[in-house]
Write a protein of this length. Structure first.
Length: 282
């Protein structure tokens, strides 16, 4: 289990004060001003909330306007900040523009203005940043409806039940969740099969080669948490050094679950037996 007892926490109301949606401009404004990212947990808390707030709007795509005045990112937070920021941009951004009133930023812009290194999306003031966004083309469609990538048979062969050991074996290996539709289709099938058994199970999840693309992460976390709460005696996952493993470990810090990831299937089965013993003795 990840120890977060001593990690800095931020109230959701404080995060919400820093997130504003301007519907007329299709802008999500994020205020990182004078904010300290001192570790991965605070990064995950902020980006979890950004994802939740975007999901609440019903719109998948926004221009991002980011206030970086006085923002501090400690070395311990950089990996999480980079990964979560990249994932959010890939999933939900039509374009990102930043502004920072510091003299250091002004010098950077002056140095780079006449070179190939010039970044046109970094400005010293908010008005200039918004003017830049007004020049960007929008990418929204009337309503994004995801087409299914899979059929029922793709899910059926990836799910099995060991009644003797009370283990539900879920094979996500080399499977790609492209977007929320893929998540919902697969989890709808899992939930239906579990309802037929009318009992709870230990979950054994094969994540080798699994890809959860940025547009699928919010729904994947939501459906996974709901399924675990309703039907799991305990979950063990296995994957050898995948990108998905790293993302799960990051998100576990703030989303209320143990990552419980092992390198091999046998190690994951051993973990299930440990959880079974805990339940028995408890």
């Amino acid at each position: 289990m990840i120890d977060t007892d001593t990690a800095r926490r931020v109230d959701i109301a404080e995060l919400d004060r820093r997130i504003t949606f301007h519907d007329d401009l299709q802008i999500m404004e994020v205020d990182f001003s004078d904010f300290l990212f001192d570790g991965s947990q605070i990064v995950n808390e902020f980006y979890d909330r950004l994802e939740e707030r975007i999901a609440q709007t019903g719109e998948e795509l926004w221009f991002f306007l980011v206030n970086l005045n006085g923002t501090r990112i400690d070395p311990e937070a950089w990996t999480a900040y980079s990964r979560r920021g990249r994932a959010l941009n890939l999933a939900h951004s039509m374009g990102s523009v930043r502004f920072d009133a510091s003299e250091e930023t002004a010098r950077q812009i002056r140095r780079a203005a006449n070179t190939e290194a010039f970044d046109p999306n970094l400005f010293t003031n908010r008005d200039a940043a918004i003017a830049r966004i007004r020049q960007m083309p929008g990418k929204r469609r009337a309503k994004i409806v995801h087409d299914p990538n899979y059929v029922l048979s793709d899910f059926v062969r990836r799910l099995s039940f060991d009644e003797g050991r009370l283990i539900m074996d879920v094979d996500f290996s080399h499977f790609t969740f492209h977007h929320s539709r893929d998540v919902d289709d697969f989890y709808d099938h899992i939930e239906e099969r579990i309802r037929e058994t009318d009992r709870k199970w230990f979950f054994l999840v094969n994540l080798n080669g699994c890809e959860i693309l940025p547009g699928a992460w919010v729904q994947y976390a939501l459906r996974g948490k709901r399924l675990n709460q309703a039907a799991s005696l305990g979950s063990a996952r296995y994957a050898a050094g995948s990108e998905t493993e790293e993302d799960i470990r990051l998100r576990a810090e703030t989303q209320g679950f143990r990552p419980n990831i092992r390198n091999t299937r046998d190690e994951a089965l051993d973990l299930i037996e440990e959880m079974r013993a805990e339940l028995t003795h408890g």
